[in-house]
Design a protein. Structure first.
Lengths: 348, 280
């Protein structure tokens, strides 16, 4: 498969539009103490969880959008709103010009959704029987079906699984089959909720490549949630980061890095085992003449650090790189975790 | 309307093929299905059958009238097994396990999915055959004249009995919208309740108990009430029209509760999801 530029999208018009969307859950709070039983029954304590707090989001046709955030940030809630499985408590959800709840039948025929922990396959039937089920239920014209079937069969290498029952598939095979089935309808929007959860590296790579290919070749709009930032960066040009039900960041990955941190990692290999002391850089680890430092590129110049090192010892090799995106976002989540919760507002 | 009917038949055809494929995986599977269903069906009516045989009926019902009642009850269960399999009749399981999402992502009206997705004419037919045999045998023994009008009444009664069973099942099963974990298996209990009581002739019961079994727990409407009309025991207009009227009332009540539950589901979604067996 050709190397693809994940930033290359071909937006033509709006695929998804969320305007001021609120989603609030009410969760009963129960005590473990017997003495509280009567009180819980008579005056139940209910905790209000604002899963989405006035989200505004526009996704254009042909975009691949990564939708990320820590657990409980509102990712799956958004996917469910976009499938028409949930109705918003406030604001408006429109996709392909339709209301996913009120126009459900028309709408779901034009989208596909894959939930990482669920399967649409018929458990006790061969995969190809599930595909046939999809063809009839989605009323896909035979010729179009044959075309898409051929495409997904080749790209996702399905020959080995077509005649196997869903319950006998490995997780990776099942995900490929589920993804293939979701694509048989040629959806205009593909919603993926943690599609690579639990997959090994190889299965994960194949699925990611396929999604990119699909977007490039057919212009399918993809909204994908995952906890794996590196994976999302490979896939999407744009990342939307959620934090406690609000959009904390919406832009390109490169912008996210710039926005979040100027931190760089400097690796030095020296002739002696002792690590040189560098003003403006923090020694992260040192092992047998290899030393790793962290520094902020916005305030400290690399040349200064190298000069300091060279003045103290003989430098054999130098390497600098940005920290992995996972680390960047993990730091961000940690920062969010320690910040105070936003105060309640919005629909009751 | 015509398009919808055509679509329903198209989907029944699809699910019939899938059901056939499932059974054709091996003769042992097919055989085990039928034998277990046959045993279940027989077990369900054997006690009543032996009582009727031993005492030559349960007054005021003769032995052959009892056989007709048992056959009718089996026919109702068999038809439900054929048309509403895959936990469509046990809707509390689908709701409670969070599996209704699989239904809602299909581009079809909900009623159409519920009417078609459970169609299992091969694996679900285990109780249908003994039911038909019992009815046929008892009709012959009773020397009933089988006219077109009688057959039409049988078909109408059967449809109404099914509506009563499903309405009862869905009305209670809808509780799973609010309490998914606690109510997940509720329909096992409602089904058991109806199938344990529907083979009894209820004539000797006091009015209060009889009223209860025709309203709150409508086991009497499943087989006893229609069997009386079909056997000519109750030839009054109420005997003929009571069941369709009750089916209409119970069906409307069930629809109201189910739609309320569905609206709640739209607001809260499902708080749990169990992947196993959402399609068997």
């Amino acid at each position: 498969m050709a190397e693809l530029d994940p930033h290359a999208t071909c937006p033509t018009d709006t695929a998804v539009e969320l305007s001021g969307v609120w989603k609030v859950y009410r969760v009963h709070q129960r005590s473990a103490r017997l003495i509280d039983l009567a009180r819980d029954l008579l005056r139940p304590r209910i905790r209000r969880i604002e899963a989405l707090r006035g989200i505004d989001l526009t996704v254009r046709r042909g975009e691949v959008v990564a939708y990320a955030g820590p657990n409980g940030a509102g990712k799956s809630t958004t996917i469910k709103l976009l499938c028409g499985l949930l109705a918003p408590d406030g604001g408006r959800v429109r996709a392909l010009g339709l209301d996913p709840v009120h126009d459900r039948v028309r709408y779901v025929g034009r989208i596909s959704v894959v939930f990482g922990q669920r399967t649409e396959l018929w458990w006790d039937h061969a995969v190809e029987a599930s595909f046939e089920w999809k063809r009839v239920v989605w009323d896909i014209p035979r010729q179009r079906y044959e075309h898409m079937f051929k495409l997904v069969r080749e790209l996702l290498d399905l020959d080995e699984v077509l005649r196997t029952t869903a319950r006998e598939l490995s997780l990776g095979q099942r995900m490929r089959a589920d993804l293939a089935m979701a694509l048989l309808t040629e959806p205009e929007i593909l919603l993926l909720d943690e599609p690579t959860l639990g997959l090994d590296v190889l299965a994960r790579r194949r699925i990611l490549e396929f999604i990119r290919e699909l977007n490039r070749e057919r212009g399918v709009t993809v909204i994908v949630t995952s906890h794996d930032m590196a994976e999302l960066e490979q896939l999407a040009g744009r990342i939307v980061l959620l934090h406690r039900g609000e959009i904390a960041f919406d832009g390109a990955f490169s912008e996210l890095r710039r926005h979040l941190t100027g931190e760089r990692v400097l690796s030095l290999e020296t002739a002696v085992n002792a690590a040189p002391t560098l003003a403006g850089a923090r020694l992260v680890r040192s092992d047998a003449g290899r030393h790793e430092y962290a520094y902020d590129a916005r305030t400290v110049r690399l040349a200064e650090l190298l000069e300091q090192a060279a003045a103290q010892t003989e430098v054999l090799d130098v390497e600098t790189h940005r920290p992995p995106i996972d680390d960047v976002v993990a730091d961000l989540y940690e920062h969010w975790l320690n910040s105070p919760s936003p105060t309640g507002r919005g629909p009751g | 309307m015509v398009a919808s009917v055509r679509r329903v038949f198209e989907l029944w055809g699809l699910y019939a093929r899938l059901d056939m494929l499932y059974v054709l995986r091996g003769p042992q599977i097919a055989l085990s299905f039928y034998v277990s269903d046959l045993i279940l069906g027989m077990a369900a009516v054997t006690a009543m059958f032996l009582l009727a045989q031993r005492f030559d009926g349960i007054p005021p019902w003769s032995r052959d009238q009892m056989l007709f009642l048992l056959g009718y009850a089996l026919l109702v269960r068999g038809t439900i097994d054929v048309f509403f399999n895959y936990n469509i009749s046990f809707i509390s399981r689908r709701i409670g396990r969070g599996q209704l999402d699989h239904v809602l992502v299909q581009p079809q009206p909900l009623w159409m999915v519920l009417l078609t997705e459970g169609f299992a004419p091969v694996t679900g037919a285990g109780m249908l055959l003994p039911g038909l045999l019992l009815i046929g045998w008892s009709v012959e023994q009773l020397q009933l004249s089988v006219t077109f009008a009688w057959l039409a009444l049988l078909a109408l009664s059967l449809a109404c009995s099914i509506v009563v069973v499903l309405a009862f099942s869905y009305a209670w099963g809808s509780l799973a919208f609010w309490a998914p974990r606690s109510a997940e298996e509720l329909n096992s209990s409602t089904w058991q309740l109806l199938t344990q009581l529907d083979v009894f002739p209820l004539d000797p019961l006091p009015t209060l108990a009889l009223t209860g079994l025709l309203t709150f727990v409508p086991a009497g409407l499943v087989a006893w009430y229609p069997a009386r009309a079909l056997l000519g025991i109750d030839a009054s207009p109420l005997g003929w029209l009571g069941l369709p009227a009750a089916a209409l009332v119970l069906g409307s009540l069930c629809l109201f509760i189910f739609m309320r539950g569905l609206a709640h589901y739209g607001r809260t979604g499902s708080t749990r999801y169990l992947s196993y067996g959402h399609r068997r």
